[in-house]
Design a protein around this ligand. Structure first.
Ligand code: 5GP
Ligand code: MN
Length: 322
């Protein structure tokens, strides 16, 4: 199929391809795989991640080609794994003159852009890029398969989330057949934490509290400083909280330097945390979402926890949509 996406990309002077702030293996893997496609199509491009490449994606081939600043001139912008344009950071202010392509799988995607490839049924953006490669007539090589597999492994937490279905496993099998190494990718995504996480987990978990199926904890700036962990790194603690028996929703509150608090949410099926995050200006998936609020840690925690408890109560009463 000659998609309009294909004509937009082939006609581009220079493409800005970007993923979201606080990037994850899906955002970075999708970005790198798209870059490899653009390379093969001989389309001039720059790969941008405002917050750089995190420890769980820096093993990916080509990771060192990603830059933090958008180029001066571009006429096409491809946003990956972003539910809304401002998720890419500062460059969102510069999209007015460009043709914008929206490739994403978030339920809360605002359907922005001129070319829209949003599939909320996909479990990773990399699954959509994988399909796109097929549509454009390109076969996968080992490097591209590795990047796409990292997105799938990251967003499904190693094929463990409830939504993992036969289509995902089929896609994963195709990526492994194309040379993606599941062991290498799993180690890169889940087995490459900086040592500082040990100290951070110790400090933060000591203060975790549980109430009516909601398990939460707070990361203070002082905790980060003491552990030597970067500001945008919440060390995956929320996934651990969600793994505790009886937890219906897990929440991590993370104090930022500028009187903001970022919030990371996880839940069991039936509890819709995307709706919770959306109420506070954020978004995500039903079982994994986030938002950033202005305020101090205590104030933000109590506001958000009240809303999370409501989502958990609604699900218990059978009113949940997650
Ligand atoms: P995490 O908790 O792993 O940072 O994010 C969970 C999910 O929610 C990811 O899919 C992420 O893209 C999304 N998400 C996190 N923070 C925000 C936010 O502030 N706005 C939106 N729209 N999505 C977010
Ligand atoms: Mn994703």
């Amino acid at each position: 199929m000659r998609s309009s996406l294909e004509s937009v990309v082939r006609g581009a002077g220079h493409v800005l391809a970007a993923t979201h702030v606080s990037p994850d293996p899906d955002g970075i893997g999708s970005l790198l795989a798209l870059g490899m496609l653009l390379e093969r199509m001989q389309v001039s491009h720059t790969l941008v991640s405002q917050d750089g490449v995190p420890y769980d994606a820096d093993f990916l081939p080509g990771a060192d080609t990603i830059v933090t600043d958008a180029p001066h001139d571009f006429d096409v912008a491809i946003l990956l794994d972003c539910s809304e344009p401002r998720r890419i950071g500062a460059a969102a202010e510069r999209l007015d003159e460009a043709t914008v392509v929206n490739i994403d799988h978030h339920a809360t995607n605002t359907r922005f852009g001129d070319v829209i490839r949003v599939d909320a049924g996909a479990l990773s953006t990399s699954q959509i890029v994988h399909r796109l490669a097929g549509e454009l007539g390109y076969s996968l090589d080992r490097r591209m398969a590795t990047c796409l597999l990292a997105g799938l492994v990251g967003d499904t937490q190693g094929f463990r989330i409830a939504a993992t279905d036969a289509r995902v496993l089929d896609d994963a099998a195709a990526l492994v057949a194309a040379g993606g190494d599941l062991g290498e990718v799993s180690r890169g995504v889940f087995g490459a934490r900086p040592l500082g996480h040990v100290a951070l987990w110790g400090r933060v978990l000591a203060g975790a509290s549980q109430s009516a199926g909601v398990l939460s904890a707070q990361i203070r700036l002082a905790d980060r400083r003491a552990a030597g962990v970067a500001e945008d790194d919440d060390a995956g603690i929320v996934n651990f909280l969600q793994s505790v028996r009886g937890t219906r929703a897990a929440v991590i509150f993370s104090e930022q330097g500028d009187s903001k608090v970022s919030v990371s949410l996880r839940s069991v099926p039936g509890v819709d945390v995307a709706a919770v995050a959306a109420d506070f200006g954020g978004g995500g998936h039903r079982q994994a979402a986030g938002c950033t609020l202005v305020g101090d840690l205590i104030d933000v925690s109590s506001r958000v926890l009240a809303r999370v408890r409501q989502a958990v109560d609604d699900s218990t009463l059978g009113r949940g949509s997650g």
